[in-house]
Ligand binder design. Structure first.
Ligand SMILES: O=C(O)COP(=O)(O)O
Ligand SMILES: [Mg+2]
Length: 226
């Protein structure tokens, strides 16, 4: 399959467009307190984000990346997190520098944009709206839109079908190995940003087609369309 210059660009959300860990960590610690566990803090949450909020809370309750949590603690902690995050998904979170100018430029130069996130839809849409990012995207695919999340290619393929685009014309941009692996499995190009959340690992190790220090670099890399 010959990769063409992209016309469809799919953006990851947490760690790529928005630094959402301050709100996620705040809500994790509210939940920990409610079930009598110690606060986990932002640094730990930064390593645990990326596979959806249920997985994040399993890691927080177990205080480990891969261990299964105590079910008696997990169920109430997860409910407490959902309750807290409803009111606290955008308060402390910030759009990264360079995002708005990049999205404006892409939108004005003929690109079709989508957002493909592992965040649950109940939180994705309000966060994008509150940060005034929803207006840029013709399709928004959340962690519970499809049967599988990234790194499965399904959400990327679903977004492209909605946009009417082919994988050869698509570029995924994300911060984690899940974004890179999903894009590779789908068969599209992938760029990464190094400032987000990749479970504490250097994103270069996953060999994206390019690593961008900021999304503001995109206009100097991509050709304008009509
Ligand atoms: O909610 C998460 O785990 C992260 O979502 P992301 O796919 O936007 O990085
Ligand atoms: Mg991400």
């Amino acid at each position: 399959m010959e990769q063409q210059s992209p016309r469809y660009i799919l953006f990851d959300l947490d760690g790529t467009l928005v630094d959402s860990v301050p709100d996620l960590a705040w809500c994790v610690d509210v939940a920990m307190q409610q079930v009598g566990l110690p606060a986990r803090g932002e640094a730990a949450v930064r390593c645990w984000v990326g596979n959806g909020i249920e997985k994040l809370m399993k890691r927080a309750v177990a205080n480990a990346m891969d261990d299964e949590p105590d079910e008696q603690l997990f169920a109430p902690a997860y409910q407490a997190f959902l309750q807290a995050y409803k009111e606290n998904h955008a308060k402390r979170s910030q759009v990264y520098d360079g995002v708005i100018p990049a999205l404006d430029w892409l939108k004005n130069h003929g690109y079709q944009l989508g957002c493909v996130t592992n965040k649950a839809e109940a939180f994705t849409l309000p966060l994008l709206q509150e940060k005034k990012l929803d207006q840029y995207f013709s399709v928004i695919v959340s962690g519970d839109t499809c049967e599988h999340k990234k790194p499965n290619p399904e959400p990327i393929l679903f977004a492209l079908e909605a946009l009417g685009g082919k994988v050869e014309e698509a570029l995924m941009i994300g911060d984690s190995k899940s974004d890179i692996n999903a894009a590779r499995a789908a068969g599209c190009a992938v760029f990464a940003v190094p400032y987000g959340y990749n479970h504490g690992e250097d994103i270069h190790a996953y060999q994206p087609d390019k690593v961008l220090n900021t999304l503001a670099d995109l206009p100097s890399i991509l050709a304008p369309h009509q």
